[in-house]
Every structure is written in C-alpha cells, then in structure tokens.
Design a protein around this ligand. Structure first.
Ligand SMILES: Nc1ncnc2c1ncn2[C@@H]1O[C@H](COP(=O)(O)OP(=O)(O)OP(=O)(O)O)[C@@H](O)[C@H]1O
Length: 584
C-alpha cells in the first residue's frame, strides 16, 4: 500500500509520516510533563512547575491536533494508492492472455471481495498511520514506565492475549466472509437485475418483481446468518482477551500506589503511571481495532496476490515466430478437442478442418453446437485442450499472442457498448486511429452503418449512451451497427470474425450487409490472404460463403460449399430446407 502511494505522491507520504511520528510522541510527553509539573508543584518551585505546565499544554495540543493535520495528507496519499491499485486490478483482470479465469467461481468471488475492499482502503491507510503513531507512543510509554518500576513493563506484555485473541477473531470473520461470498454475489446479481434498465422490460412482462425481491431477501438472510455467526464468535474471543488486560491494569496501578504510600517514589510517579496506564489501556483497544483493520487490508492484499499469481500463471508459452504479413495457405485445425476449464464435457471433439487463405468460411449448427467456442479457440481466448491449430503450417502458440490479436478484426454477438463519443466508439477498433475521421467513416461505410452516425445530432462528436446528459441512446440494432463499424476498423486483418454480429438486424439487411462483407473479404483476402469466419443462423447469408462448416455434437458433421452440401443431402440440406420452408 505504501509502495503504491509512494509511486503516486511522495511529498504527501513523507509529510504524513513526520506528522504521525510527532503525534505518537505527544501523549507520553504530556504524561512526563505532568509528572514533572506535579513534583515541582509539591516542592513549591513555582517557575519550574509553570514551565512544565506549559509543556503539558503543548503536549495536549500536539496530541489532539497533530493527527488531524496528518489526516489530510495521508487520506490524499490513500486515495492515490487506491487509484494505483484499482489500475492494477483492471490491468490484471484484462491482462491475462485468455478468458479462462472468468470461468472460475473462486476468481469471481475474490474479484468481488477485492473490489469491495479497495473502496475501504483509505480507511486501511488511516489505520496504518494510526498504528505507526501508536507504536511510537507505546515505545516511549514503555521507557517511561520502566523508569518507575521495571515490573510495569509487564503491562504492555499483558496486551498480548487481547492482540492474539483479536487475530483469531478476525480470522473467524474472514472465514465467514469467504463462506458467504457466493451467496452475497447472488444477492448482488438480483439487485442488479432489479435496478438496471436492461432487465426492466422482462421483469415487468414476467411479473418477476416480487419473486426477485423474495429471493434477494432469502439469500441475504442466508448470508447474514453466516456473517452474524462469525461476528458473534469473534466478539466472544475478543472479550476474553480484553479481560486479561483489564486485570493486569488494575494490578499495575495498585503496585505504584503502594510504592508511593511507602515513600519509595515521588508523588509525581503516581500521576505519571495513572496517566500512562490509562493510556496503555487506550493504546491497546485502539491497537486492537487497528489490527483488525490492517488484517482486513492484509487479507485484501493476499487476495490480490492470489489474483496476480493465477493470472500470471496463464501467460502463454514464449513465442518464437513473427506473425506472417500475408497468409499463404491458411488456418488448419488438427484433431482439436476443447472443454471449458473445470468441466469435462468436450465442446469440440476431434475437430479437423482447413480454412483456406483468402476464403470466407461460415460455421453453422444448432444452438450450443460449439460455433462461438471454435472462434474463441481461433482468437486464442482459450487454448485447445488437445490437438493443434496451425497458421500457414506453424503452431498458433508459437506466434506472439499480442501480434496475432492485432491481426484479428472481430464483431461479436455479445458486443461492447462503449459509451464514448461516436467517433471513438467506432475508432477503438483500431486504437491508433481512434480519432481518424476518414478511417472511422470508411469503416462505417464498409459496415453499412454510416446511417447511424448521420442521424446523431452532432455526428461523430455525439457521446453515445445514457451516462452523459447530452448522450444519445441507441437502439439495440444501432449499437450493433456501431460494433460492426468497429470490427471494420482494421484494414489488413488476417482473420475477420463475424460471430452473429447482425442478429439485431432483419434478414434482408443482414443479407445485403453480408454481400458487402463478402466483397470486402475477397478484396482483403486477395491482398493479405485474410480469412473471414462468419457465424450466422440465416442460411440465406451462409450460402454465400466459400466454405460452410456444419457442427453437430461437438464434431464437424460435414463441410463444403452450398452446392456440394445441398447435393449431399445431409444435415445442412435438411436445416436449409426447414428455413427455406419457413420463409415461403
Ligand atoms: N464459458 C463457458 N463455460 C462452460 N461452458 C460453456 C461456456 N461457454 C459456452 N459453454 C458451453 O459450450 C457449448 C457451446 O457453446 P457455444 O457458445 O460455442 O455455442 P454456439 O454454437 O455458438 O451457440 P449459439 O448458436 O447459441 O450461439 C454450450 O453447451 C455452452 O453451454
């Protein structure tokens, strides 16, 4: 945490530390001045007693206000640390080569907890500085107590049981948090469902409001029970630890009072010890709270470390081959198997296929046949579980992942709605040219999407989305057209993926659009050997492809061009006939 804030704002951090150290010394100095003032007053040394009294006042003022002054720079330093860590979290979540970690429930749990905890980090930072001040204060207190009677040093030692108890208590709370994380995620999901505009329509039509509310309360009830059980156990453990210290405190005060009565110590020592002992008590209870706070933060950092480790372990094998500028032969899948992480079910089973350079390939099959999965393997969001994918005869894993991705242009079924000015919402398809108006317009033309921008009040300058007051909200089809424009931004891709990118458009529009794509694809294909992979359920579109691959039960049932497959009279011909009949 300190490292993160050091990276962002050194001066603030240094100022915070200096003020915090001074604040730590102030309280024990106050007690010492009080002792001296008392002794001098008893001895009738008016002038000395007055000076000591002035120091008491100074100590009190310092102790009361220094931490407040320190608060300003260290909360700012904390904000900077949070920004740094959030940037790292965003980087980690998207920095892995594949999507594998998104499939792991424990990843989702940890990310959810880390996100929540990052927002509490400023409190943790406050805790850290209070702890620093407290440690200084405790050290000076210990020296002063030892000066009165070395046995009094046992007082801070008696603080150990409550400290250990607090650690145990916090561990109990953390376990209950982990145990309830999944249920809490469910409640968040339900809350989002009930409050986001995207689900408003279905909730009303399905009259799901009460059902969602009931489930929300039910899950909170379950999660709450686990959390409360943990909190109750933790409170009992804490109370047992505190009791040990309370007994030691009373004993310490009695010892010094006896010494003073016996005349072995000046009366000022009683004032010193009572002030310090009360302070030790205060220090311990503050310390306990701080410890819990720091432990919580430490847990957050442990989770962050876990995340770093699993994401870094996903790094791809070292690449040793540059991605070719032009595809010569094409992409081949050799006996490719694929199962999603954590599952055994083969979604691709022994798939062998050649996608020739410069061709347009359509992948068809029923819902869940594995079409999108095949595309994910081609984009290397996942690695094949068995078999290999080669590009111009070279194993795909031997290319640098970033280089391969930079030669892919893609329009996905679940496209992103980038709430940016229209220009950039399209332009980020080719990041270096995100503000290049002619390039953006050309991409929109290639995607037959120019009409969306023409209708916007400020053209390419119009911010898209509801997040802006002056932002234009688009229809589902219009958002899809923007995504298509984005997919067309890269001009020399080796692989153009169109994974049902036109599902929100009508069949006629899709047909015309794909005619244009096919034309484009052939143009780019001639230049770079690019392969266009299209997934669509509309056979009027699919039939235009050079090669049609039919997936069925995780395997390639058949492949060929439209005429060949129709003549073969297999699954394709059957599906085609069903759809053709539906349109008559
Ligand atoms: N992230 C995932 N984790 C586990 N299983 C998944 C995941 N994504 C998809 N699947 C499963 O893989 C199978 C194939 O899914 P895929 O999305 O590839 O099908 P598809 O042919 O593209 O279907 P559709 O036409 O409905 O888009 C489905 O049975 C689905 O349940």
């Amino acid at each position: 945490m300190l490292r993160a804030s050091w990276r962002r704002g050194r001066a603030k951090l240094v100022l915070s530390i200096v003020l915090t150290l001074l604040a730590g010394v102030a309280w024990p100095m106050l007690a010492l001045s009080l002792k001296i003032a008392t002794n001098e007053a008893v001895a009738h040394h008016v002038w000395r007693a007055t000076v000591a009294g002035a120091f008491v006042a100074l100590g009190a003022v310092g102790a009361l206000i220094l931490l407040h002054f320190a608060y300003v720079p260290y909360t700012e330093a904390a904000e900077l640390a949070v920004i740094d860590l959030e940037a790292e979290l965003m980087d980690l979540a998207n920095g892995s080569p594949g999507l594998e970690h998104h499939e792991r429930p424990e990843y989702a749990d940890k990310i959810a907890i880390i996100q929540r905890e990052l927002s509490q980090l400023p409190d943790g930072f406050v805790g850290l500085f209070n702890t620093l001040s407290l440690l200084v204060s405790m050290a000076v207190t210990a020296v002063l107590l030892a000066g009165v009677n070395p046995w009094l040093l046992l007082l801070p030692v008696a603080a150990l049981p409550p400290v250990l108890a607090a650690q145990r208590a916090q561990a109990v709370i953390e376990r209950s948090k982990d145990a309830s994380a999944e249920t809490i995620r469910r409640t968040w999901h339900l809350f989002r469902l009930a409050t986001t505009p995207a689900s408003a329509k279905e909730l009303r039509v399905g009259r799901l409001r009460d059902e969602i509310g009931r489930r929300y309360l039910h899950h909170w009830g379950r999660a709450g029970a686990v959390l409360w059980r943990g909190q109750r156990r933790a409170a009992l453990i804490n109370a047992a630890g505190q009791l040990v210290f309370a007994l030691s405190y009373v004993t310490a005060v009695l010892v010094v009072v006896r010494q003073a009565i016996a005349g072995t110590n000046p009366i000022g020592d009683i004032v010193l010890v009572i002030t310090l002992a009360a302070q030790v008590n205060q220090q311990i209870s503050t310390g306990l709270n701080l410890l819990q706070q720091l432990q919580r933060i430490a847990q957050g950092f442990t989770r962050l470390r876990w995340l770093r480790t699993i994401l870094r372990s996903q790094q791809p094998p070292a690449a040793d081959t540059p991605v070719p500028a032009v595809l010569r032969s094409g992409i081949e899948l050799h006996d490719v198997d694929f199962a999603y992480p954590g599952t055994d079910k083969k979604i691709l089973d022994g798939v062998s296929l050649t996608l020739p350079a410069g061709s347009t390939v359509a992948i068809v099959g029923e819902n869940g046949a594995g079409k999108s999965t095949m595309v994910k393997v081609l984009c290397r969001f996942y690695e094949a579980t068995a078999g290999t994918v080669t590009v111009d005869g070279v194993d795909l894993t031997r290319y640098r992942l970033e280089d391969w991705r930079s030669r892919i242009a893609a329009g996905f079924q679940d496209f992103v709605r980038f709430e940016l000015p229209a220009r950039q919402s399209v332009g980020v398809g080719d990041l270096p040219r995100r503000d290049d108006d002619p390039a953006v317009r050309a991409a929109l033309d290639r995607a037959r999407s120019a009409d969306v921008v023409e209708r916007l009040p400020e053209g390419l300058d119009t911010p898209l989305g509801k997040s802006y007051r002056e932002g234009a909200e688009l229809s589902g089809g219009q958002w899809q057209k923007v995504a298509l424009g984005r997919a067309m931004m890269r001009e020399d891709p080796l692989l153009l993926i169109l994974d049902e990118p036109t599902s929100a458009l009508d069949a006629e529009a899709e047909h015309r659009l794909f005619e244009q794509y096919a034309l484009n694809a052939r143009r780019v294909g001639r230049r770079t050997g690019a392969i266009t992979v299209l997934i669509s359920h509309r056979f009027s579109t699919v039939r235009m492809a050079d090669l049609i691959v039919v997936l069925d039960g995780a395997r390639v049932a058949e492949s060929g061009d439209h005429a060949t497959l129709m003549a073969a009279g297999g699954l394709y011909a059957e599906l085609y006939a069903v759809q053709a009949a539906a349109y008559q």
